[in-house]
Ligand binder design. Structure first.
Ligand SMILES: Nc1ncnc2c1ncn2[C@@H]1O[C@H](COP(=O)(O)OP(=O)(O)OP(=O)(O)O)[C@@H](O)[C@H]1O
Length: 252
């Protein structure tokens, strides 16, 4: 489903990604790990066209993602969550989720302004879809609450709901369990397992929480200083001396 090859991104003198390549099969869940500054978020930013790559390709289904327009990413069936939450604090939880669903709307500016019948029907359809996502993520009770003021664990689920409202085929999760308690991490892992099973979504997850990554991912890719240093099953990567050295600074 995704085939990243020779991906290189430079920021002035810093090479954030240096010839990175890996592939993700349809239905797989791949973990992307590595110490701080390894280039994980930069990789997501390239795939979602927030950053331009200097070199490389990212084949997604039958196109090169790196040539896609940034606004086309959601329509291509790709959604992401953000490390620091990409929510609008003053909007209700439901409206935050509707922002995710919005790209599916077909109404033009004029039709929306005049609130024509087809626009009303479309709005009702999008709201029903958003409500179904809220229900799945047990967020119905807080649907009308502004995002601001909700507990962090709830906001992480709203962030996931916003991404799911895109109805993605490929979901990119950036540190989804960072800051959660161990109980919440387990709940989140169960939720992701359920979503993958029910919605047939392919997932790439960036995460520092090794317990989460190792328990939920089919395969793991490790970056260090912009380079891929290991790839394999969670067990293999965990035992890889290069990975241990990258994290601990010395071979075990
Ligand atoms: N917009 C930018 N301008 C300049 N340098 C950047 C930019 N974005 C990332 N970098 C640099 O690129 C490198 C990789 O950063 P990136 O955020 O991708 O790492 P990461 O693996 O996601 O780290 P973390 O685990 O801390 O989130 C770092 O040296 C970072 O400072």
């Amino acid at each position: 489903m995704l085939e990243v090859a020779d991906l290189t991104v430079r920021f002035g003198g810093i090479t954030a990604l240096d010839g990175v390549g890996f592939s993700v099969a349809r239905g797989e869940m791949v973990g992307l790990i590595g110490p701080n500054g390894a280039g994980k978020t930069t990789l997501f930013n390239c795939l979602t066209r927030r950053y331009d790559a200097d070199e490389g390709t990212a084949g997604y289904e039958d196109i090169d993602l790196l040539r896609a327009a940034p606004h086309a990413i959601a329509a291509l069936g790709i959604a992401r969550t953000f490390q620091n939450l990409g929510l609008f604090p003053a909007l209700s939880v439901r409206d935050n989720v509707l922002v995710g669903a919005h790209h599916q709307g077909r109404a033009g500016f004029l039709g929306a302004g005049l609130w024509l019948p087809n626009v009303r029907r479309e709005e009702a359809r999008l709201r029903a879809a958003a409500d179904a996502v809220l229900d799945r993520l047990e967020l119905t009770k807080v649907a009308d609450h502004p995002a601001a003021g909700l507990p962090f664990g709830t906001l992480k689920r709203v962030e996931l709901a916003r991404a799911l409202a895109v109805e993605p085929r490929l979901l990119l999760l950036d540190e989804p369990v960072n800051g959660l308690s161990s109980g919440e991490v387990e709940e989140f892992a169960a939720l992701v397992r359920e979503i993958r099973q029910d919605l047939d979504i392919t997932v790439v997850v960036v995460e520092h929480h090794m317990g989460f990554v190792m328990s939920i991912c089919d395969r793991v890719v490790c970056l260090d200083f912009g380079r891929k240093i290991a790839e394999g099953s969670p067990d293999e990567v965990q035992r890889d001396p290069a990975v241990i050295e990258a994290y601990l600074g010395t071979a075990a």
